[in-house]
Design a protein around this ligand. Structure first.
Ligand code: E4P
Length: 218
């Protein structure tokens, strides 16, 4: 399983990129709004930092296929690595069909069922984004959805759409979605940092330092 970082904060994106662990970035209208900056300006900066798939979502207020297609073309024109993120609706699927026929990559977001993922894949989506955390929040096991989608795509045999496990809230989510068959997890920077930690690693570093200093000094 590969990693994207799930943020529009360029400082966090730089930090994750410097670690060498990510190969893409996902943003959404809430993440862009959190930064309080112009969408295109932020996205351009991100494309300068990460040489990989960068998901930029159509405006939250654009709900018709025609509008999503127009915005999708504009987003794709920003940079060759852009992926157009489109919500999982009938209009969204129509937009995915058109954009994918033009060679524009798409990421169908807000996926909460296996049927939604299968429809998005058949419409031509490059990626589908099932949301683990938001399902867990309502007492539905999000990783079960990832496993179902992975199995359905495998059984179909002719689906290239990649599964991005989204709405990741903690390191356990990451392990679980890797085991469930996600191709990619899009992870907030805070969770990437949490994944690097283990108390025995810290204790081991302290002991190595103490043993070394006891004999060789500082
Ligand atoms: C990813 O594509 C989504 O934008 C993101 O993971 C949503 O996460 P949240 O449920 O924590 O807002």
């Amino acid at each position: 399983m590969k990693f994207f970082v799930d943020t529009a904060n360029v400082e966090d994106i730089k930090k994750a990129n410097d670690m060498g662990v990510i190969c893409g970035v996902t943003t959404n209208p809430s993440l862009i709004a959190k930064e309080g900056r112009d969408f295109k300006e932020v996205i351009k900066e991100i494309t300068d930092i990460v040489d990989g798939a960068i998901s930029g979502e159509v405006k939250a207020t654009t709900v018709d296929a025609e509008g999503m297609i127009k915005e999708g073309r504009e987003i794709a024109a920003i940079h060759k690595n852009m992926v157009v993120k489109i919500p999982m609706t009938v209009e969204g699927l129509k937009a995915v069909k058109v954009l994918s026929s033009e060679g524009i990559k798409t990421n169908v977001t807000l996926i909460f069922s296996a049927n939604q993922a299968l429809l998005a894949a058949r419409a031509g989506a490059t990626y589908v984004s099932p949301f683990l955390g938001r399902l867990d929040d309502i007492n539905v096991r999000g990783t079960d959805l990832i496993a179902e989608i992975a199995e359905i795509f495998q059984v179909a045999g002719d689906i290239d759409t990649q599964i991005i496990a989204a709405s990741i809230r903690n390191p356990i989510h990451v392990t679980d979605c890797a085991l469930a068959g996600a191709h990619i997890a899009t992870v907030p920077y805070k969770v990437i940092e949490q994944m690097t930690k283990h108390p025995l690693t810290d204790a081991g570093i302290e002991k190595f330092q103490a043993d070394y200093k006891a004999v060789f000094g500082e």
